[in-house]
Design a protein around this ligand. Structure first.
Ligand SMILES: [Zn+2]
Length: 270
């Protein structure tokens, strides 16, 4: 690694050449077609447009942004009863020493994140640096450690409950970070919109800046490292409490059909 600072320019040129070489390589180390069932598009590697030997352009980008090539992103409304349940559980278990340790570590993560760097300064910074700024932004927005843990618990419980979801660590990590990121960033406006019939309708606008998949992964991993002490132990408790208070997840109600079957039925016009 010595001298790596001096040679960064020729390094990046070398890396570009190496990537171009690998894209054009005749080695049969890739799938011809995207591995998502029913997709059928060529992988980027097979099309000669990139290195991804598992997915087409669309599913590759989707995986980068959402943590899964297929699972739908978790919606705020869907997550909300889980986070509420987790917050109530946290409040009732203040005396738990492991819980105290986790909350203290999350406080350290927020306080140690340094100053908030304005968005304009972030373009060329590393994912690690941008993840730190994202935590600093959460701290400045007054987000408490309890809420971060509640999101981690809530996403884990929801992913486990939702039969349509993708139960892989990466999806959970990215979705957790996305939900945390949502707490601090964005423009939210609300105003009253007068209708022609004389009544007033409330109008809302929510704009979130896009967060890159890499930043979300770093954020999510930092949270995972701390929160998993509690989440691995209490996830099923949160699932049970949420079910008792807010009812079962739609995918656990009799007669529910998985997404692929609903899509198939729609395509056949049933
Ligand atoms: Zn595909």
């Amino acid at each position: 690694m010595a001298g790596s600072l001096m040679t960064s320019h020729s390094d990046s040129r070398k890396r570009r050449a190496e990537i171009a070489h690998r894209v054009a390589s005749p080695k049969q180390d890739f799938f011809e077609k995207c591995t998502v069932m029913g997709c059928g598009r060529p992988t980027r590697r097979a099309a000669g447009t990139g290195l991804n030997g598992n997915f087409c352009t669309y599913h590759g980008q989707r995986k980068a942004r959402f943590g899964s090539p297929v699972a739908p992103a978790i919606r705020a409304t869907e997550l909300s009863p889980y986070v509420k349940t987790a917050l109530a559980w946290i409040r009732q278990h203040r005396a738990d020493p492991i819980l105290s340790l986790v909350l203290l570590s999350l406080r350290g993560l927020l306080d140690g994140a340094g100053p908030v760097d304005p968005v304009m300064n972030l373009k060329r910074r590393s994912a690690k640096y941008r993840a730190k700024v994202a935590f600093a932004r959460l701290r400045e927005a007054g987000v408490k450690p309890e809420r971060l843990l509640a999101i981690h618990l809530g996403v884990a419980a929801l992913v486990e409950d939702d039969a349509d979801s993708h139960r892989i660590c990466e999806f959970r990590i990215v979705q957790t970070a996305k939900a945390m990121h949502r707490l601090a960033s964005g423009t939210h406006r609300r105003w009253d919109f007068p209708l022609p019939n004389g009544t007033i309708a409330p109008a809302e606008m929510h704009v979130y800046p896009k967060s890159s998949g890499r930043v979300l992964r770093v954020m999510g991993e930092a949270a995972e490292e701390i929160c998993d002490l509690i989440t691995s132990r209490e996830r099923d408790t949160i699932r049970r409490l949420k079910r008792e208070k807010h009812g079962p997840h739609p995918s656990q109600v009799p007669g529910w059909q998985p997404a692929w079957r609903r899509k198939l039925a729609a395509a056949r016009g049933l």
